[in-house]
Design a protein around this ligand. Sequence first.
Ligand code: GLN
Length: 280
Amino acid sequence: MEFTVFRVLGQRFRLRTTVTALAAGALLTAGCSSSDESPGEAAGGVPVVEVGKLTTCTHLPYPPFQFERDGKVVGFDVALIDLVAKKLGVEQKVLDTPFENFKTGAFLNSGECDLAAAGMTITDERKKNVDFSVPYFDATQALLVGGKSGVRTLAEVKERKKKLGAQAGTTGESYAKGQGFDPVAFESSDAVLNGLRTGQVDAVVTDYPVVQEWLKDKAVADAFVLGQNIDTGEQYGISVKKGNDKLRAAVDRAIMDARADGTYDKLYEQWIGPLPQGRS
Ligand code: GLN
């Protein structure tokens, strides 16, 4: 696993110049291959965009699925994709990209990344642009409210005309819109939490596992409470470029093997918490 974070198209994109220079160098050495060809091939003939790597597009931070700790990108999704990389005999490299990218599949289509992992829900709309792995995580939506806001449910948020926030382009935002809200849109999960902290909004709708992670922080738990846990029945998937069946099959295999041999449960306990009751 390579830990350097490359941020693409963000304000924070250190090392971008180096990457471009390296890429240009690689093209020259390769004698300019056509843009459609994959530069590399991993075990089992799986195409990869960079020789020896499995390049993951994500959107940071999204704890506990992907976040930076001591300068490294770690988390449940990162650990899961490491399993795929290991089977393919390559190393994972993580790129931080705009969230919008996950819907359009732009960075998969342009050959910037092999796959996207971002605590991302499988939706019919996204399926039009990307192919998804088998589901690897069941999620719900959580309503997090200020402890003293006097509201605990979406109905009360509406009734009392409180301000609601969500992360732009997420299923949480769509859910809120579907309930008749026009939520304040934040660019990332930390901006969502910050919006709540600074009083820009009184409540936010975000994936429950993320809220659960936030609440492990005493300062957050002292100020905010979980108002509602809403069962939207959503499931996370890893996306690949449309038609990249070889890589999709490799991801599916890694997920299914991890579920069968106990690795999945170990990673769940390590990154998320105790396994849900009724499961081993
Ligand atoms: N699961 C949500 C979605 O897919 C949020 C993902 C995220 O913010 N990284 O929209």
